[in-house]
Design a protein around this ligand. Sequence first.
Ligand code: I6G
Length: 424
Amino acid sequence: MVTPMTQQAEIVAKMRQLIQILAQHNHAYYVMDQPCISDSEYDQLFHQLKALEAQYPELIQADTPTLKVGGQALSKFETVTHAVPMLSLGNVFNYDELLAFARRIEERLPQQSIEYDVELKFDGLAISLWYEKGVLVRGVTRGDGETGEDITQNVKTIRNLPKVLTLQAGNVPDLLEVRGEVLMPKAGFEKLNADHQARGEKTFANPRNAAAGSLRQLDSNIAAARPLAFYAYGIAQCQPHHGLSTMSASLIWLEQLGFAVGERHFVCDSIEAVQSAYEQINQERPQLSVEIDGMVIKVNDLKQQQTLGFLSREPRWATAYKFPAVAALTTVENIDWQVGRTGALTPVARLHPVAVGGVTVSNVTLHNIGEIQRLDVRVGDRVSVYRSGDVIPKVEKVWPEFRPVDAQEVTLPNQCPVCASPVV
Ligand code: I6G
């Protein structure tokens, strides 16, 4: 049966309204970390949209969030060669090294004033996204920088990532390649691990591992259930050219196109101001909704960036200014098995109490037997314990060179430590 035009317009308007509301709630949840409705209310809105689409498939909107969940699982990811290589960044770790970075730039740009764009350095995975006539057509991992893997089906499930670009002013480019990072916000990570733990499934050591594991899923329905987010940091290609002259203007333009960029980014007119911004962000780090491991400092002017060019595989115009790791050395005094509500056993290392970034740590989860084996941690071992942001502490490294001769290996117990029933 053909739907009359007036009714069609009403249905499209209803679909558009639901798409807009869902996008706003995604933004509140993933970008602002301030959900304003419950998960079940979100699901109800989502299902209203799906029901309308099932009834009127000819009216499905290109940017609907319901299309992002893939169908068939893939058997492998295809390899893709990057049209523009995905470079890596050099690192600086202290103010002296930052000054040396600035001096190298000033030497190559004599008598020029230099502004710096300062962005968050997410602890995520760099990817590249292709948009043709504003429609997302491909997502590729960084890989070795020259070739990556085609993860289009998985990136389409990332809720805060625009599948269709729109602009209030000006035209969407014919071709746009955007670079950015996929990560799992802290709140989503904690919830995912709590859910996995409650179901007796493997938990993830940190948000980065969780994001990497989610992007590597061949079944995009699994990726869709993971709370991933995408933050854009740059433009690799734009046809026709966007005509922008600074990095900071590019970030604003990317936001106008629908991309999330970091919660904080600034332009600083001196390297001293960069240092203050870095110190301020290091203080604010625990309050951020995402894990960061430093700041990225870029020359703001795109022409100056071009003049500076690259040294081997790193841009001369950008560097990562890493935060000091918050770590301390201590001893594993015991490894206990904790029994969860569902009966899942989780190993917990009991440590000689140690201050890590101002907090005393005496217990740290080892997640599962696989993690014990990966770390090869034994009772009596000296270990580095690490805290980043406000995320739970973890054993970063075991120091086998300090291992006492009587260090004890840990195996899965045969019996439950609480009810003595056999461990399966
Ligand atoms: O890997 C990266 C993470 C974040 C980047 C980057 C970035 O900016 C916030 N920027 C550039 C220019 C590159 N990699 C090459």
